[in-house]
Design a protein around this ligand. Structure first.
Ligand code: BDP
Length: 442
């Protein structure tokens, strides 16, 4: 009788769970852009260099960077314009950066394989001092230096483009005089793109390599999971990506990039910025920037002396990582697919589902509350695929896993992706509610 009861329970649960709603995902074989290895990066405050957060002996941090990399670390934030440069300093101070701190950063970059965009103080500095620091940074960082960024979000303290152009030029000219061939990114406005066209047009022949913007959805007093998840389909983020694509493509500057971003500014909000919903949000944002032919996003994080950074991909106690949070998992799932060509995808059926491809790999991002069965048409054929599910018990949960594995504070990550058959270009996968799935064929 026990056996009969168990059997009927199994049969009952099998039929009541009936087939999850069917969704069709068709990945466009054509591609207009490429996802490089450094697409999903990080952004940190400048004072973290003086504090020596970036040192090759910080073994857990080195491993957490390596798991996502090699990628691009952007150093800047509000603290770039409050941190001094002391060519004779002993180093190890949050207040000022000294040459030995830059050497520590360089060893960290060597240990992780990452490169850096190095921010210089604009607001409380002189062109001569910025040029002195730039010369040391260029010498110490060598090939690992991608560009200098002059000031953080200058639109907050400079009113007009002509004023900014004059100020930027006085710094960039002084830097170029000391560092021939110096490369720059800019203008890096906060939540605006008004100066992007002007910057691309006027600076592309003067060493500007990256046309940049910084984007957040809104202030943290507005933080909500539904608002965050909706932010990739309308509003500031997609509008800014469209404007950046336009300014970049019309003016022949090598690339455009979101050199600093995260969900809600003023540090984000616990329970929104650091949970499963933030992982799904970061994936859609990465896809949105790739669709607009951007070269990547530097998600802001680490720690700040201004306020807690709840949105930080890596969580810290002092200078040491204690674990990873929502945005790190989003960046990691993204990284598991690349590098490769970016492919748009169409989705029929279901709600709150987005999809795209990188190379011959596909993402299905199910923000909705219902599990679905997705039939995916890949860009090309394959015989089998591996399925990585990024999931958590709920959208506001921090218990996030990818293919059954969490990421430890020491970057321990042991995913066990399931293998599924591919017939021609088609494969079928289950996508749980509030979860993202990556199907890889490589
Ligand atoms: C950006 C700043 C960064 C802050 C962030 C925030 O560049 O330093 O941490 O806002 O407010 O505008 O969270």
């Amino acid at each position: 009788a026990v056996v009969a009861v168990i059997t009927s329970l199994i049969v009952f649960s099998g039929s009541s769970a009936h087939a999850a709603p069917a969704v069709s995902v068709s990945v466009d074989p054509a591609s207009k852009s490429r996802v490089g290895t450094d697409f999903a990066g990080f952004s940190y405050e400048k004072d973290r260099v003086g504090a020596r957060m970036f040192n090759a002996r910080n073994a857990d941090l080195v491993k957490l960077f390596r798991l996502l990399g090699p990628s691009l670390l952007r150093i800047g934030g509000n603290l770039v314009d409050m941190t001094g440069w002391n060519p004779d300093g002993a180093g190890g101070s949050e207040k000022e950066v000294a040459p030995s701190d830059v050497r520590e950063l360089s060893l960290f970059l060597k240990a992780t394989g990452w490169k850096v965009v190095y921010g210089l103080n604009l607001k409380t500095n002189t062109p001569a001092k910025a040029a002195e620091e730039a010369a040391v940074a260029a010498k110490v960082l060598g090939e690992d230096l991608v560009a200098f960024e002059i000031g953080n979000e200058p639109n907050v303290y400079v009113k007009t483009w002509p004023e900014y152009e004059a100020l930027y030029t006085s710094f960039a000219d002084a830097i170029r005089a000391k560092v021939p061939g110096a490369k720059f990114d800019g203008p890096g406005e906060a939540n605006k793109t008004a100066w992007a066209e002007d910057f691309a047009r006027t600076q592309k022949d003067k060493g500007a390599k990256i046309l940049s913007t910084h984007q957040y959805i809104a202030r943290n007093t507005e933080a909500s999971i539904p608002g965050m998840l909706a932010s990739n389909s309308s509003g500031r983020l997609p509008n800014a990506s469209a404007a950046m694509e336009k300014a970049w493509s019309a003016n022949g500057i090598p690339q455009w990039r979101v050199t600093e971003a995260n969900n809600y500014y003023h540090g984000g909000a616990a329970g929104v910025s650091d949970v499963q919903a933030a992982a799904l949000w970061s994936l859609d944002y990465l896809s949105g920037v790739a669709a607009r032919r951007g070269s990547g996003i530097n998600f802001h994080g680490g720690t700040s002396t201004q306020f807690p950074l709840h949105y930080s991909p890596i969580k810290y106690s002092g200078l040491d990582p204690v674990g990873v949070q929502g945005v790190y998992y989003g960046e990691l799932l993204w990284k598991l697919a690349g590098p490769g060509a970016y492919h748009a995808a169409s989705v029929t059926g279901g709600s709150d589902i987005t999809a795209w491809g990188i190379g011959n790999n596909a993402f299905v991002n199910n923000k909705g509350g219902a599990a679905v069965t997705a039939t995916i048409t890949l860009p090309s054929g394959a015989s089998k695929a591996r399925v990585y599910v990024l999931t958590a018990p709920s959208l506001d949960s921090t218990a996030i896993t990818i293919a059954g594995s969490k990421v430890g504070k020491n970057a321990a990550f042991t995913p066990l992706p399931k293998t599924v058959p591919v017939s021609g270009k088609k494969t079928k996968v289950n996508v749980p509610a509030h979860s993202a799935v990556l199907v890889t064929t490589g």
